[in-house]
Write a protein that binds this ligand. Structure first.
Ligand SMILES: [Zn+2]
Length: 190
């Protein structure tokens, strides 16, 4: 769907922090614009240096995009820098670079004294893009907790049933494939 330049500019102003709190509140509390989704997709499509079609933005740096591989069209997660995290059904965090803060010294680099979690009870994981080293996400979890899957959106239902459009990727099962990926790509040394 073609979206006006004005609407794309408005999304850019919102995401890049150029509108006032009052104006932002009016957008959040007011009547929803049915073209806002298309404006958001168009904003990311214009911003990135690559040409794969954006299906759904996940954050300010990650998008689910349509990737052609031979005769197949797959939905993958791609960073705005171009780094590909592959199949969107695998939590991209297991393919990211991770820095884990777990000692008092490491917590003190960002927290004032006595304001951080008890070492041994909680860790802070910082996930970085292997391509551009941008900090993509931070999670505070108990020690040993699996990486949280922030969003596994049902893009088939979104496109076919909600937007009434053709999905620009091949049919696929809607399931979390993270455990399978971890099983075949990681080994644990005891
Ligand atoms: Zn990147």
């Amino acid at each position: 769907m073609a979206v006006s330049r004005e609407k794309i500019q408005r999304i850019a102003d919102m995401l890049e922090g150029r509108i006032s709190t009052q104006e932002l509140f009016r957008v959040i509390a007011g009547q929803k614009d049915p073209e806002a989704f298309d404006a958001l997709v168009a904003y990311f499509q214009e911003k990135v240096p690559w040409t794969e079609r954006v299906i759904l933005p996940l954050s300010d740096h990650l998008c689910i995009v349509s990737k052609t591989e031979g005769t197949k069209k797959k939905a993958i997660v791609k960073c705005t820098c171009g780094y590909e995290f592959e199949d969107y059904r695998v939590n991209w965090k297991v393919k990211a670079r991770v820095y884990v803060r777990e000692s008092s010294e490491e917590f003190h680099e960002i927290y004032p004294q006595y304001m951080h979690a008890e070492p041994g009870w909680q860790v802070l994981r910082e996930y970085y893009c292997p391509g551009c080293l941008t900090l993509l996400e931070v999670e505070a979890v108990p020690v040993g907790y699996p990486p949280t899957f922030d969003a596994l959106p049902d893009i088939q239902t979104l496109y076919r049933d909600w937007l009434r459009r053709e999905l620009p990727v091949d049919d696929h099962t809607f399931e979390d494939l993270t455990a399978d990926y971890v099983k075949t790509h990681f080994t644990v040394n005891h």
